[in-house]
Design a protein around this ligand. Structure first.
Ligand SMILES: *[C@@H]1O[C@H](CO)[C@@H](O)[C@H](O)[C@H]1NC(C)=O
Ligand SMILES: *[C@@H]1O[C@H](CO)[C@@H](O)[C@H](O)[C@H]1NC(C)=O
Ligand SMILES: *[C@@H]1O[C@H](CO)[C@@H](O)[C@H](O)[C@H]1NC(C)=O
Ligand SMILES: *[C@@H]1O[C@H](CO)[C@@H](O)[C@H](O)[C@H]1NC(C)=O
Ligand SMILES: *[C@@H]1O[C@H](CO)[C@@H](O)[C@H](O)[C@H]1NC(C)=O
Ligand SMILES: *[C@@H]1O[C@H](CO)[C@@H](O)[C@H](O)[C@H]1NC(C)=O
Length: 300
């Protein structure tokens, strides 16, 4: 069944756009540009904006199939493994710790765990023929990185609890094809914990002091972040780049598989039913280091 692959791809790229992009988006997959045709504005009819009834267990099944697919991603569409997600991004920053000491941080080799562990809020989900809005909660997303802090090397991690992602998508049909025209959303963080392990190998005391200091500043950072006051220029750039990338990937898939709204919805149900296809991710072939293995059956 040729309609299943784009579904996983779409779901994976939506997740990629909303969550992973906060850490930078690393895919170097080849990108084929899709141009969304301009449409003559049609006044939205009631049937287009009316909420559609959905079957909760089917959507549940859809998302759990997505979760099990995330460790493979879709390399052939430029979507990397998202469980864990590995980023080659390097972050360089510096700040004054309690106005006492200048701290220079270089963080690289990010590995993000927990993107395959999420729930969706059925009561607040809304689907129409022109838009979708879903809230996801990720109970534990943990990002590990190799860090150098004032010259000392170590491993750090940020454990983020209960990240809430509100995702909005706008789409429209043109010439019997569906196009995503806008992808938006917001991210809220309930709690975060930062630990820098073995950063000062020779001083347990220094490590403790450092961890306590950032531990104290975290609730403030979480508040600033949630209130939208913590606006980081590079984060914004990454987010808008990832949004463009995700929209393009989705539109690419939709046109490759000639999907309009109805055919997409039908494919979604089939996908939830676990219809086998030629792009099944083979869990047995996924090596311990996160390398994704692929099982190719049938023709594609
Ligand atoms: C980052 O990962 C690359 C490739 O796995 C490795 O060669 C490099 O040493 C790593 N860098 C650090 C700082 O750990
Ligand atoms: C998801 O994360 C939570 C919090 O870390 C954990 O309790 C739960 O077992 C995880 N679920 C899965 C399916 O991994
Ligand atoms: C969160 O996830 C990380 C990485 O998978 C794990 O080490 C940690 O124990 C988890 N925390 C909780 C509270 O489940
Ligand atoms: C820290 O790591 C960097 C890059 O991996 C390396 O060039 C440097 O020599 C290391 N420093 C120490 C003190 O080990
Ligand atoms: C995350 O949300 C769950 C469910 O609402 C709650 O039980 C848990 O205490 C929350 N965890 C944190 C760290 O806020
Ligand atoms: C999905 O599975 C259910 C139960 O197995 C079946 O009734 C339904 O016809 C299937 N739908 C599709 C589109 O395959």
């Amino acid at each position: 069944m040729a309609t299943s692959p784009p579904l996983r791809m779409i779901a994976a790229s939506i997740l990629l756009a909303t969550v992973a992009s906060s850490y930078g988006e690393s895919s170097n997959g080849q990108m084929h540009m899709v141009t969304v045709p301009s449409t003559t504005p049609v006044p939205a009819t009631t049937s287009q904006t009316e909420p559609l009834a959905f079957d909760e267990p089917t959507v549940d099944k859809f998302f759990s199939t997505v979760q099990s697919q995330l460790h493979c991603g879709y390399p052939m569409f430029g979507i990397p493994s998202l469980a864990p997600l590995k980023l080659s991004y390097t972050l360089k920053t510096s700040f004054d710790l309690l106005q006492l000491k200048k701290i220079n941080i270089v963080a690289s080799n990010f590995t993000v765990h927990g993107l395959n562990n999420f729930t969706w809020n059925a009561a607040k989900a809304r689907f129409t023929r022109t838009s979708a809005s879903v809230i996801f909660t990720f109970p534990n997303v943990t990002a590990f990185a190799q860090t150098t802090l004032n010259g000392a090397n170590g491993t750090s991690y940020v454990e983020m609890r209960n990240i809430t992602v509100l995702l909005n998508a706008q789409y429209e049909e043109k010439d019997d094809l569906l196009y995503i025209t806008e992808l938006g959303g917001s991210i809220a963080l309930e709690d975060a914990k930062v630990r820098i392990a073995s950063l000062f190998p020779k001083s347990v005391k220094l490590t403790k002091i450092w961890n306590r200091a950032i531990g104290k500043s975290m609730p403030i950072l979480v508040e600033l972040f949630n209130g939208g006051k913590l606006k980081i220029e590079y984060l914004n750039r990454l987010l808008s780049g990832a949004k463009f990338y995700a929209m393009n990937t989705i539109n690419n898939g939709l046109s490759t598989y000639s999907l309009n709204f109805d055919r997409l919805a039908e494919a979604m149900v089939k996908f939830s039913n676990g219809t086998s296809d030629s792009l099944q991710c083979d869990p047995a072939a996924v090596l311990a280091d996160g390398f994704a293995g692929w099982l190719r059956t049938g023709s594609h």
